[in-house]
Design a protein around this ligand. Structure first.
Ligand code: NAD
Length: 292
């Protein structure tokens, strides 16, 4: 951690990250703490690199005095082969989104899952995690499922159009959380309706609902008012699914909370300071409103 350093230099490594809201979120929060803090996107597509080159970028960053990096698609898994140390959670998840440089060593963390867990605590306090249905088993889904089980979910059902992907994720999760009951199916309408019938909460982890993929991944009329509904999508912050869920009386959590949660948790790892997640969320929502 670098709270005693005079300044911090952070990079975000991934494809298409130039428009990311994470750098301005960090920099604004650092301003509030009186830190000298620069956070730059390092868009591998723009500079003609591939995911395999993430190790070279990290080592160059270490040699150039960077404090740390956030890592995003498509580098979160491949980065593991270039770390000197990593947390147990990174080991279990098989993915890292944060690398802190400590005495020249590249130390990996995952704040996608801690960010989602923090988002649930902040945005859905007291949410009943007894039986959770998760739709979508991709990269975001893996972190969300891990967070949900670590937060105490007793039963987790994962549905994905790619049933093999859902089954593979369930298998890994059963190994990591042997006391929980984890099941998986395809995401056809009947399977989702069956799993939703006795779910206490539902998490949406597919790209359906984004500006470029409008709609809902399942028919929201299956929702009942006693259920909570979380979405990982944050462009738009209020998805069609969340609007429909609210209209049916459900408590909801938008994907902006997770995006801010991971940023706040990474900020703490980079600086040793506690970020004000509410303040970061207000800035995040301002940027979204401004069309950034
Ligand atoms: P991904 O491509 O790795 O996984 C998406 C999964 O959804 C795939 O397994 C796919 O088969 C499944 N899927 C697609 N349509 C479906 C449907 N109709 N029903 C069931 N399953 C379906 O993508 P990802 O990286 O996991 O990202 C998913 C979404 O999460 C994106 O919209 C991304 O912007 C968002 N995301 C948000 C945050 C955040 O901090 N809030 C972080 C990461 C990703």
């Amino acid at each position: 951690m670098s709270s005693t350093r005079e300044s911090s230099l952070i990079g975000l490594i991934g494809d298409g990250v130039d428009p990311s809201l994470t750098p301005p979120m960090h920099e604004r929060e650092a301003d509030h703490h009186g830190l000298r803090y620069l956070y730059r996107p390092i868009d591998i597509g723009r500079i003609g690199r591939t995911a395999d080159g993430v190790g070279d970028l990290l080592r160059a960053g270490r040699d150039l005095g960077f404090t740390g990096f956030n890592i995003t698609h498509p580098c979160k898994q491949v980065v593991l082969g270039h770390l000197d140390e990593w947390s147990d959670d990174v080991d279990r998840l098989g993915a890292a989104n944060t690398v802190v440089i400590v005495d020249g060593r590249l130390v990996g963390h995952n704040t996608d899952f801690t960010g989602f867990a923090a988002a649930v605590r902040a945005g859905l306090p007291g949410a009943d995690l007894t039986r959770v249905l998760q739709v979508g088993a991709g990269g975001a889904g893996a972190a969300v499922a891990y967070a949900t089980l670590q937060s105490g979910a007793a039963h987790l059902h994962i549905a994905d159009l790619d049933a093999d992907r859902a089954a593979a994720l369930a298998l890994t999760l059963r190994d990591n959380f042997p006391r929980a009951e984890v099941s998986a199916t395809s995401a056809d309408a009947d399977a989702i309706a069956r799993a939703a019938a006795d779910a206490t909460g539902i998490v949406q982890c597919t790209p359906i609902g984004m500006h470029h993929h409008p709609g809902t991944p399942f028919d929201p009329s299956i929702l009942t008012p006693n259920q909570w509904v979380a979405d990982v999508i944050y462009r738009p912050v209020e998805t069609a699914l969340l609007r429909a869920a609210q209209a049916r009386g459900c408590r909801t959590l938008d994907g902006g909370r997770m995006a801010v949660g991971q940023a706040a948790e990474s900020f703490a790892l980079f600086t040793g300071l506690t970020a004000d997640a509410d303040r970061m969320r207000a800035h995040f929502l301002d940027m979204i409103d401004a069309g950034r």
